[in-house]
Design a protein around this ligand. Structure first.
Ligand SMILES: [Zn+2]
Length: 118
């Protein structure tokens, strides 16, 4: 059952800026190791490659640095939704991320891309 939310980009941005979380661009293997004792399931490609992980115990958002800039930004958006509402199930977070990204402005996308630039 899809849980309705009215989560907006600006709410996610505010939540992140006041959270104290730090973004870490890391190798997939390092994120896999970190995911073993993580609180949240990592975001993965359909093929299984790890994309990102929220680690609340160390206030870090891990993003796989081998992804394209756009995929890194989309992955960050996904992890920010987890950060904003940790009760949402994985599939809801995934769906919400995809639908939010499709409605965001270039400058909103640019903000996320700026945060995950290599
Ligand atoms: Zn997730």
């Amino acid at each position: 059952m899809f849980k309705k939310t009215n989560m907006q980009f600006n709410q996610l941005k505010r939540a992140f800026l006041s959270s104290g979380y730090e973004i870490s661009l890391s190798q997939g293997r390092a994120i896999e190791r970190r995911a073993l004792d993580g609180v949240y399931f990592p975001k993965r490609h359909e093929l299984g490659a790890i994309m990102g992980l929220l680690a609340p115990d160390e206030y870090k958002i891990y993003i796989n640095r081998s992804l394209s800039l756009e995929d890194r930004a989309v992955t960050l958006l996904h992890e920010l939704i987890h950060l904003k509402d940790e009760t949402l199930p994985e599939q809801t977070v995934e769906d919400l991320g995809i639908s939010l990204w499709s409605t965001m402005t270039d400058s909103q996308r640019g903000f996320l891309e700026f945060l995950v630039r290599a």
